[in-house]
Design a protein around this ligand. Structure first.
Ligand code: C5P
Length: 220
């Protein structure tokens, strides 16, 4: 198979990272979770008592993605592994705001483009197909009903030991989507050449198989 890049975008909790990880593993490609980068910057923003000087923040930040055998992608912020803190409620509540800031996006997108310079990347996020990898070989826009997304996030949070309830999660997901879709810079939207994949009611195996079939079509 020739080397390709795959972009997976879509609203919050649509199953992007679970599926992207599976696809990457099946195809021996590298998975890049761009949301984790925005979450790491948000973690630092909170540590800095919600500074509004985003240029200063990113100019004094180092951010690396490393791959550990047991944990998969880990995020190293200023030489500290912050991966375990990135799903905390406080980070989730502020990440869309931080990700809407121009210096933050410029900083993260530059890193993402560098990571994808060598082909063989499955990258998920909100603007991968539209901004980060406009020439990606395959673009998928993944959606699911808000109820199912809240249900999945609830299960995921339970596994991670994060306290949450269904109604709050539904609201948080809908609010975050609204913010991400309506920001000025690189809003969440389907790329013209992306394929929409509705994962509502589908298993992880089913969705993974659908994407692998799409890859086969373009890569042969
Ligand atoms: O994918 P995840 O839910 O971890 O993303 C967290 C947030 O980071 C999103 O709600 C969005 O505000 C931001 N994000 C973004 N662009 C990306 C990936 C994530 O703006 N490519």
């Amino acid at each position: 198979m020739r080397a390709i890049n795959i972009a997976i975008d879509g609203p919050a909790a649509a199953g992007k990272s679970t599926i992207a990880k599976r696809v990457a593993s099946e195809l021996s490609m590298i998975y890049v979770d761009t949301g984790a980068m925005y979450r790491a910057i948000t973690y630092k923003y909170l540590k800095l008592n919600k500074t509004e000087d985003f240029s200063e923040l990113v100019n004094h930040t180092t951010l690396e993605l490393v791959y550990k055998k047991d944990k998969g992608q880990c995020v190293i912020l200023d030489n500290e592994d912050v991966t375990d803190f990135l799903r905390e409620n406080d980070v989730t509540q502020h990440v869309s705001y931080v990700a809407s800031k121009e210096p933050v996006r410029t900083f993260a997108v530059k890193k993402q483009k560098e990571l994808a310079a060598e082909k063989g990347i499955v990258m998920d996020g909100r603007d991968v197909g539209t901004v980060v990898l406009p020439d990606a070989d395959l673009k998928v826009y993944m959606i699911a009903s808000v109820e199912e997304r809240a249900e999945r996030r609830l299960k995921d949070n339970n596994l991670r030991g994060i306290e949450s309830n269904f109604e709050d999660l539904k609201k948080e997901i809908a609010d975050r989507d609204h913010y991400d879709m309506n920001r000025d810079i690189s809003p969440l939207k389907k790329a013209d050449d992306a394929i929409t994949l509705d994962t509502t009611g589908k298993s992880i195996e089913q969705v993974t198989a659908e994407i692998l079939a799409l890859v086969k079509e373009i890569a042969d």
